[in-house]
Write a protein that binds this ligand. Structure first.
Ligand code: 5GP
Length: 186
């Protein structure tokens, strides 16, 4: 029986919780990041590596804002179940192309503890890229366990809340929201 106590029941609503970052703010910031990346990598070819599935929208939008010879690849890792961190990260899908000798920009949706990013960066570093830096849409520094010196580009610093939308999910829902909203559980 569906009740209003079930958070997934909210998924029928177009707006689950408070809007933290509007669609317009997202697009403006992604444009700025694209311009910054374009300036920083002038004269170089770039490989954008997105992490499935949360960073799909951000990677696609950022890609369109980068005016360089750029390619796109994805890897997939296991992620959170519900609102809890399992603490276990696994590589589910590897890159399709070699990054050896390439300038790689890893595109993340959100950095929380930093454990996921730490794992992915260790994997990518073993492949011998020419350079390896990170662009994250969201940064939640409150719960950081591992510092991330390779994070050069941050879209927005946000407080310690669970957010959904623009690719970010709660149990696979809400990725389609055009904005970032705070998930509110009853
Ligand atoms: P970390 O390993 O840094 O703690 O967590 C990174 C991953 O946890 C993200 O890639 C994302 O999948 C998930 N995550 C962390 N915080 C949030 C959040 O507020 N909302 C959603 N949807 N996912 C989150």
């Amino acid at each position: 029986m569906a009740t209003s106590a079930n958070p997934l029941h909210l998924s029928q609503d177009p707006a689950p919780g408070k809007i933290l970052i509007s669609a317009l703010e997202l697009q403006r910031r992604v444009s700025e990041l694209g311009a910054q990346v374009t300036a920083d990598y002038q004269g170089k070819a770039l490989v954008l590596v997105g992490i499935l599935r949360g960073s799909v929208m951000f990677a696609a939008d950022l890609l369109r804002r980068i005016d360089l010879p750029v390619t796109l690849d994805f890897l997939a890792i296991s992620s959170y179940v519900g609102r809890d961190a399992s603490g276990v990260v696994r590589l589910i899908k590897d890159l399709d192309h070699s990054i050896t000798g390439k300038h790689v920009l890893l595109v993340e949706d959100i950095i929380d503890t930093g454990l996921t990013l730490n794992y992915v960066l260790r994997v990518l570093a073993t492949r011998g890229p020419e350079s390896l830096t990170v662009c994250t849409l969201l940064d939640k520094p409150a719960r950081r366990l591992i510092e991330q010196p390779l994070v050069k580009y941050v879209g927005f610093h946000i407080p310690d809340v669970f957010v959904v939308g623009y690719g970010l999910d709660y149990n696979q829902r809400f990725r389609n929201l055009p904005y970032i909203g705070v998930l509110q559980l009853p």
